[in-house]
Design a protein around this ligand. Structure first.
Ligand code: ASP
Length: 612
């Protein structure tokens, strides 16, 4: 039977107790993690968010409930802290002490949980998510969620110290310019009309700059109806900011310091939250690096050329080499054909991997093909200096030797080549580089390598839409040096946009905004907006800009990704208390679900399901 906690006051959390508390009388409340009855002596592991403390009682005779406590029940225990009578437990922070109780209250008796509430279980994720509140009791998840909370605390304290104001923006709005599919909310008052949930607070934060708030931030919920991946959720959280009267240097500076501050002050939290020491050391080292040297920068072009990606993983080298000139006139038609089509030939040197079995090379070829490559040409430089290659029969000996030399190929190396357009060569070699880095164990999981990527292209050609789209969003400032090419060669115009990348993951991004009418109008025209459509979608912003607008810029981080990377997790679901699964449903509350026909009627909505 459940008892009341009336008259009791919790005096400490379980694992806050130390040897310094020996002799004190304490009242603890928490969950029964384990209950063992050893011949009349009962050992209970009592758990709360700080960890576990052992309760030991011989008083089963006095209170027989001690011997039959069900795991996951909540109890209140009052007793004296003592040095452990039995062997110390080096795995517990409280492993040298225990509590000898003199009273017990069973606050709530638990059913047998559907899976053990402990770390290292192999329970299917969907079952864990259905009972997420139990899953969240597991120390591993508790610690990740607490680390995330600490990150937010640090972000807030840094930004408020820098004069940023925390201002909320609405969730029931119209379309935002991030370019994903919107989540729509029907309006009851305006039949047939819909709100859209914000993909980001972009337009509002720019309006706040027009209002004079100068420096804004918000821990903001964002909604994008996109296909989910391991690092994406339909609703996610951004650390969103905007600043007035600043240039790119100002934005990168304050954000470099923000990251340094968060890492530096987060590092000490790792030990208390029982993260591996190596992870804590990695974070501390990154904090030191930022403090001493800032965060290095790389242009978008450089990142694509050297790493095949605008989010390069700098935890290992293995850069891409351009061999287009070396093979321009060689005998291999795949190479010369790609060059004749305006493409290029580039390669990777997988050092010491010449012995990679055929099967594994085929696997790498599959990786390259996923990114549009038609195949993968290779040369293995054998120990005796001879070459094993997929295309040597098309090449002269000199051509082969020149190619190997251009790649710095040495005995034992495996050279891999892609011949195609810039886009396909970058994407496929970029993916191969990562695959090989993983295969060869080149990536230190405890290293944190940040880099700013700058000078993104302003526009990106979309085959699907048959027009240029904004690479960031339509309010991103073009690079003034390139602006005169906006009509003749729009694809070559760079933007004043930047991303912050951590370990091959886009952690955040932002841009200088257009605050000049003539540039904004031209930009919208290039993006194919008629003045009417532009007006309809963000006329309020364009109008606001006519009443005195400060030059402004901003940036947003994905908080979930940040917490994922900094907690050494592989999935963002591990750092979100109540995440959704791949098909965007919530398994615990069973959403989305059909609604009462009456609700639909009120909204003037009729549902027509697609035919199967
Ligand atoms: N709103 C942008 C985004 O969500 C970030 C920014 O430009 O501040 O990607």
């Amino acid at each position: 039977m459940a008892e009341s906690m009336k008259g009791l006051k919790r005096t400490a959390r379980c694992a806050e107790l130390t040897e310094g508390d020996i002799g004190k009388r304490v009242t603890l409340m928490g969950w029964v993690a384990k209950c063992r009855n050893k011949g009349g002596i009962v050992f209970v592991d009592l758990r709360d968010r700080t960890g576990i403390i052992q309760i030991v009682t011989e008083s089963e005779g006095a209170d027989p409930r001690w011997g039959s406590l069900k795991t996951e029940s909540t109890i209140a225990v009052t007793g004296i802290v003592e040095k452990r009578g039995g062997a110390f437990n080096p795995n517990l922070r409280t492993g040298t002490i225990e509590v000898i109780p003199d009273s017990l209250r069973v606050l709530s008796e638990a059913l047998t949980p559907p899976f053990p509430v402990q770390d290292g279980i192999d329970t299917r994720e969907d079952l864990r998510l259905k009972y997420r509140y139990l899953d969240l009791r597991r120390p591993e998840l508790q610690h990740r969620i607490m680390l995330r909370s600490k990150i937010v605390e640090l972000v807030r304290s840094f930004l408020s110290g820098e004069g940023f104001l925390d201002i909320e923006t609405p969730d029931l709005i119209g379309s935002t310019p991030e370019g994903a599919r919107d989540y729509l909310v029907p309006s009851r008052v305006h039949p047939g009309a819909f709100y859209a949930l914000p993909q980001s607070p972009q337009l509002f934060k720019q309006l706040l700059m027009c209002s004079g708030f100068d420096r804004y931030y918000q821990i903001a919920r964002c909604f994008r109806d996109e296909d989910l991946r391991a690092d994406r959720q339909p609703e996610f959280t951004q650390i969103d900011m905007e600043l007035s009267f600043v240039d790119q240097e100002d934005v990168l500076d304050v954000n470099t310091r923000l990251l340094g501050y968060v890492l530096k002050n987060l590092a000490p939290a790792y030990e208390a939250l029982e993260f591996p020491k190596e992870l804590a050391a990695g974070v501390a080292a990154a904090a030191k690096e930022i403090e001493e040297n800032g965060i290095s920068r790389m242009t978008w072009q450089d990142a694509m050329d050297r790493y095949g990606s605008d989010k390069p993983d700098l935890r290992f080298g293995m850069e891409i080499t351009d061999v287009t000139e070396t093979v321009r006139n060689c005998g291999f038609g795949v190479f010369t054909g790609a060059i004749a089509d305006g493409g290029m030939v580039r390669g990777l040197n997988a050092k010491g991997m010449a012995d990679l079995p055929r099967k594994k090379i085929d696997k790498l070829t599959e990786v390259a093909k996923t990114y549009g490559a038609k195949g993968l040409a290779y040369i293995a430089v054998k120990e005796d200096g001879s070459f094993k290659s997929s295309f040597s029969k098309f090449m002269t000996e000199d051509e082969m030797a020149a190619l190997v030399a251009a790649m710095d190929g040495e005995k034992g190396d495996l050279l891999l080549f892609a011949a195609d357009s810039f886009k396909v060569v970058c994407a496929s070699l970029g993916a191969l580089r990562l695959a090989i880095g993983k295969e060869k164990g080149l990536i230190d999981p405890n290293a944190f390598r940040f880099v700013w990527i700058t000078d993104f292209p302003l526009l990106e050609w979309s085959d699907e839409e048959n027009r240029f789209m904004a690479m960031h969003h339509p309010f991103t400032m073009p690079n003034e040096e390139d602006w005169d090419r906006i009509d003749s060669d729009p694809g070559s115009v760079r933007a004043e946009a930047y991303d912050i990348v951590l370990n091959g993951c886009e952690l955040g991004g932002g841009s200088i905004r257009i605050h000049r009418n003539n540039i904004q109008e031209k930009m919208l025209e290039v993006l194919g907006f008629t003045p009417e459509r532009a007006n309809e979608q963000f006329g309020f912003l364009l109008t606001a800009f006519k009443y005195g607008v400060p030059p402004h810029a901003g940036l947003a981080y994905g908080l979930d990704r940040m917490a994922m990377l900094l907690s050494g997790s592989e999935s963002i679901r591990d750092v979100i208390a109540f995440p959704k699964v791949k098909d965007a449903s919530d398994l615990m509350i069973d959403a989305p679900s059909a609604v009462d026909p009456k609700q639909l009627e009120e909204l003037s909505i009729e549902v027509r399901l697609p035919e199967k």
